[in-house]
Write a protein that binds this ligand. Structure first.
Ligand code: ATP
Length: 539
């Protein structure tokens, strides 16, 4: 259990987020709606930055990933194929005394939705047996509301990627290995939304499905499958990588991403799923954790962390399911494989064929296909290798935008103490966001607002920077108060236009004061150098 000091941090953070316009309760004027949150002016900027950084890193900066933006409501068949209709549920229990409804595995740690850090005194009344509660929100498409018009709000963005796999492959001219990335809303009717925006009912995901060759195909083409040393740093994808190397690479890439936006290694943790925790089709899953103030502590008093992102090696399960349910082929043709297969010795072919056959048969049988039919289909699939055909496997790094926002806020939160001339101390909040994610990059201020020359020059500085970044112009109140306001919003730099900027000291003409949020250090910079000084720090 987290201790009261940790809870206090959450309480302060929640109140700051409301006061400064990061996050509001949805529908607040009507008393709110549990599990839904709105992002205010600063929150909307922060969120936009996070999504853009992810998108840039995962798609634009790479040759091997293409983007997708699919609809939220899709054919309900997709959710049958993915298994969500049958199994996407949590165990729910009711309390016969207080009539409360809880997730069976969360009882004992229920938090109050209004005050996310407060634990609600839990009723000890008799509970019902747990029963499965499907988390998908249902709706109806069209005017008739019956079984045939049922549809679902997507509970994850990933399935649209699988459903559009062939279209993206054909139009993007990509070849396996390659990925498809998507950012978008997801909806889960969580039994107990909790911990502020950590677990909500409407949230956003940033998901990549990275399609790779099955190990048997890599072996046929390269003669071997590279086995990564545990912990070895992987930065440069190689043709002989199998799923284990690709999985290790993506875990590390994602950690590099988090470090690049200010979450240091020490704030992160890992949970490697045990075979018992893994889905039957998954080969591995590593969760990247962030040590939130509400995270539980281990026996040494260290915060354990909660899931920010899961990176799963999902075999060829998803594409195979959609192939079976839609009747459309999801395999690819790989000329390299076809050519390599012909050059393999017969015993090598037989060996690879057999392993591929066993894997395919294993999947089909676990998916409920009868023995005979599974053997027939697996034979057909393994025969496809000689023709250069296979169903790609996939590595899935799946991150939550809102959880990341909360991690960034918790990570940035700090307090500074100012002491005035009379020795009176006052504590105030400084949000130490990495400049890349900070909602406002630069606060621009004239030293005095009643001096038109200063104001005109400061407005010119604002206009110089504005096409490139989010700038906030502020001329209200003392300069110290203006700096403090920007510190609280997490703005990394303030630019002040003073009389020296106007040429009072001729040698300082057209220079400005840069004031750093962290530490309050000030330096002077020529206006002509300002943009090239700021840009590399915020990108
Ligand atoms: P959890 O075990 O915490 O419920 P999960 O394993 O079901 O999460 P995934 O289905 O793997 O989550 O979803 C991928 C990511 O989406 C998670 O790592 C998380 O960041 C985010 N996410 C999932 N559910 C929620 C939610 N209810 N609210 C906010 N973010 C969520």
């Amino acid at each position: 259990m987290s201790d009261s000091k940790d809870n206090l941090v959450m309480e302060k953070l929640v109140s700051l987020c409301k006061r400064r316009g990061f996050i509001f309760q949805s529908s607040e004027i009507y008393g709110g709606i549990n599990g839904f949150w709105d992002y205010g002016p600063l929150g909307a900027e922060l969120k936009r930055n996070v999504k853009e950084l992810w998108w840039n890193t995962m798609t634009r900066q790479r040759d091997d990933v293409a983007g997708l933006e699919a609809t939220i409501i899709m054919s309900p068949e997709i959710w049958k194929a993915s298994g969500h209709v049958a199994t996407f549920s949590d165990p729910m229990i009711d309390c016969k005394t207080c009539k409360g409804r809880f997730r069976a595995d969360h009882v004992g740690e229920i938090s109050c939705p209004q005050k996310p850090s407060k634990m609600v005194a839990e009723c000890h009344g008799e509970k019902t047996e747990p029963r499965a509660f499907n988390l998908m929100f249902q709706t109806f498409v069209g005017p008739v509301q019956d079984e045939s018009s049922v549809a679902y709000l997507r509970p994850e963005t990933a399935q649209a990627i699988f459903a559009q796999f062939k279209n993206v492959l054909e139009t993007s001219r990509q070849k396996v290995p390659f990925g498809i990335a998507q950012v978008g809303k997801a909806f889960r009717n969580e039994v107990t939304p909790r911990n502020y925006i950590f677990r909500s009912r409407e949230f956003e995901q940033m998901e990549l499905e990275f399609f790779i060759k099955p190990d048997e195909v890599v072996e046929a083409i390269c003669g071997q499958v590279a086995v990564p040393l545990p912990g070895a740093t992987l930065t440069d994808p190689q043709p002989d990588w199998g799923w284990a190397a690709w999985h290790q690479y993506w875990v590390q890439e994602r950690v590099r991403f988090y470090e690049g936006i200010g979450l240091s290694r020490e704030t992160l943790g890992f949970h490697v799923q045990t075979p018992a925790e893994l889905a039957h089709y998954a080969r591995a899953c590593t969760d990247i954790l962030f040590k939130f103030p509400f995270s539980k502590r281990d026996e040494n008093g260290e915060l354990k962390g909660e899931e920010l992102e899961g990176i799963a090696a999902r075999s060829d399960f998803d594409l195979s399911q959609h192939a079976r349910f839609s009747g459309k082929p999801m395999g690819v043709f790989d000329e390299e494989l076809r050519a390599a297969w012909g050059k393999l010795a017969k015993d090598r072919q037989d060996d690879i064929w057999k392993r591929y056959y066993e894997n395919r048969k294993g999947y089909l049988e676990k998916s409920g296909v009868a023995f005979e039919a599974a053997s027939r289909q697996a034979t057909e699939d393994a025969n496809g290798l000689a023709k250069g055909q296979y169903i790609p496997h996939v590595i899935e790094p799946s991150a939550g935008v809102d959880r990341l926002i909360l991690a960034l806020l918790a990570n940035a939160y700090s307090e500074a103490t100012d002491t005035d001339a009379k020795g009176k101390s006052e504590s105030r909040v400084v949000l130490k966001f990495h400049p890349r994610v900070a909602p406002i990059k630069v606060g621009v201020m004239p030293l005095l607002k009643n001096k038109p020359e200063l104001v005109a020059k400061a407005l010119a500085v604002r206009d110089l920077l504005r096409p490139w970044m989010n700038v906030f112009y502020d001329d209200a109140g003392s300069i110290g108060r203006r700096y403090a306001r920007q510190d609280e919003a997490g703005t990394p730099f303030c630019v002040t236009v003073d009389f020296d900027t106007l040429g009072e000291k001729p040698e300082l003409k057209d220079t400005v004061t840069i004031r750093h949020r962290d530490g309050g250090r000030q330096e002077r910079l020529a206006l002509g150098d300002l943009l090239s000084w700021i840009l590399p720090q915020i990108r």
